[in-house]
Design a binder for this molecule. Sequence first.
Ligand code: SAH
Length: 201
Amino acid sequence: MEREELLASLSPRVTDERVLAAAAAVPRELFVPPALQRLAYVDRPLPIGGGQTISQPSLVARMCEQLELSDDDVVLDVGTGSGYHAALLSRLCRHVYGVELDAELAAQAARSLELAGIENITVVAGDGSAGLPERAPFDAINVAATATGEVPAALERQLAVGGRLIAPVDCDGHEHLHFVRRTRDGLERTLLDAVRFVPLR
Ligand code: SAH
């Protein structure tokens, strides 16, 4: 599938023009291993090494839309992997902190982001399930690896009032995206689509 075809296929599922523009602006081939570059614009996840995957473009776009980002927001991306999802987020907000457990993937993501000319992302190698307390609170938190049972409490704690979080969670073998919004009164939780991500380790 060519780039234009993929972008056109997003528009019934994703309606936010800013998200569509972000998807159009990020060259996914820079975030895919050289041997798989011909598949960069097929709407599916692809292996990126270390048993991990770059997420499916349509899912990345939908998750970005669900975070309701604005230009001033500071965003935490947990499980940065290739850096592709962070790259889309970065076009919709002020700054992204990306945390990736695998140090090699984190280094590769930083290189890909530099090649893409993206300067408002800081990639940190480490355990993102603890969040990034020294940079909290965040206006939005994106998680790209599946937690078991519930959204990690440390991440919920690092949401600003008005902040939004989206994370895949496996409850009794059923994996869904969970959406959390922090209001002045506490946390509002919504269950979204069934999905499949690699596990949060
Ligand atoms: N958002 C990525 C998808 C990567 S797959 C992209 O667009 O390419 C999920 C990633 O989460 C993997 O790279 C995996 O190494 C990472 N991961 C798993 N557990 C983690 C943890 N506790 N902290 C940070 N990253 C983690």
